[in-house]
Design a protein around this ligand. Structure first.
Ligand code: PMP
Length: 291
């Protein structure tokens, strides 16, 4: 079966789906994106992801080209046409196509909208073993709270992780504080059983998965703190894990050459992963056989 992409109002064969060479997303990374998990034919946390897409666009003064309802329809259609039951849907909006010039184009240039969907199996096997994190210096710009496609630093960080057989790279600031992963939020569980993740007031992307896990903590009476934590503190932690729409909760059992806890996924991470989807927003997609 051929993959289908949505590009500016058309459903096209994925292999033939293109944007213009002067798209500002291509030339300047002047674009934002979202990734939502599709799990068992349900869309996970659509509201949170669409809220954040709206925020990213408005922070960059890109006019939102489509209503929430229209995005919802296209998203479902892309998932349906690609027969995705477990996987992800990717949404990207750039400022549009305009002759190359750093300053924003004149009003009236239409943002480019691309949606794709693909199969991806839940990473349960990896989660049972847990993964390693390598550390990289925090070298990104200050607006990492905006989910832009300007991910070159993140790509270099992930490449380092991949080359070292690690699952993720954790950014660490000059003063030794962990910010987040290259594509995930970073968490530890202290020796006293308190969950800690950096506050989302700067320095990180405010993950939707992170938000669900914080809500779970409140509902489950699990103690947590939103504050910066150091790499040293992480080395001494009982558990560490990362959260993202594609990883859900992924235990981290080693950071650089330091084993975390007993080197196996901890109970808290395992429990959070198991319970996650019963706390997330799950909205049915039309199943292919229902259309
Ligand atoms: N931080 C970064 C840098 C990311 O790329 C991601 C994944 N999009 C996250 C955190 C986690 O965000 P979410 O839980 O919304 O997927």
């Amino acid at each position: 079966m051929s993959r289908i992409a949505y590009v500016n109002g058309q459903y096209e064969l994925h292999a033939d789906a293109f944007v213009h060479v002067e798209d500002r997303g291509y030339q300047f990374a002047d674009a934002v994106y979202e990734v939502c998990e599709i799990r068992n034919g349900l869309i996970v946390d659509e509201t949170g992801h669409m809220d954040r897409l709206g925020r990213s666009l408005s922070e960059l003064e890109i006019v939102n080209p489509m209503s929430r309802q229209a995005f919802g329809l296209v998203l479902r259609e892309v998932v349906r046409r690609n027969l995705v039951k477990d996987g992800i849907v990717y949404i990207q909006v750039s400022r549009g196509v305009s002759p190359r010039n750093h300053a924003f184009p004149p009003a009236g240039v239409r943002p480019s909208v691309v949606l794709t969907a693909k199969h991806m199996k839940p990473k349960n096997a990896a989660a049972q073993k847990g993964g390693k994190a390598v550390t990289v210096p925090e070298n990104r710009w200050e607006r990492v709270d905006i989910k832009t496609v300007g991910l070159l630093s993140n790509c270099i960080a992930k490449e380092k992780a991949t080359q070292e057989g690690a699952y993720e790279a954790w950014y660490v600031t000059d003063d030794g504080m962990v910010t987040e992963g290259s594509s995930s939020n970073a968490w530890i569980v202290t020796k006293d059983g308190v969950l800690v993740t950096r506050q989302a007031t700067g320095g990180i992307l405010k993950g939707i998965t992170r938000g669900v896990v914080l809500r779970m903590c409140k509902q489950m009476g699990q103690r947590f703190e939103e504050r910066a934590f150091s790499l040293e503190e992480a080395f001494e932690a009982r558990e560490a894990f990362v959260t993202s729409a594609t990883s859900i909760v992924m235990p981290i059992v080693q950071i650089d050459d330091r084993v975390i806890g007993n080197g196996h996924p901890g109970n808290t991470s395992i429990e959070l992963r198991k319970a996650f989807h019963s706390h997330a927003e799950l909205v049915p997609l039309h199943q292919p056989w229902q259309i």
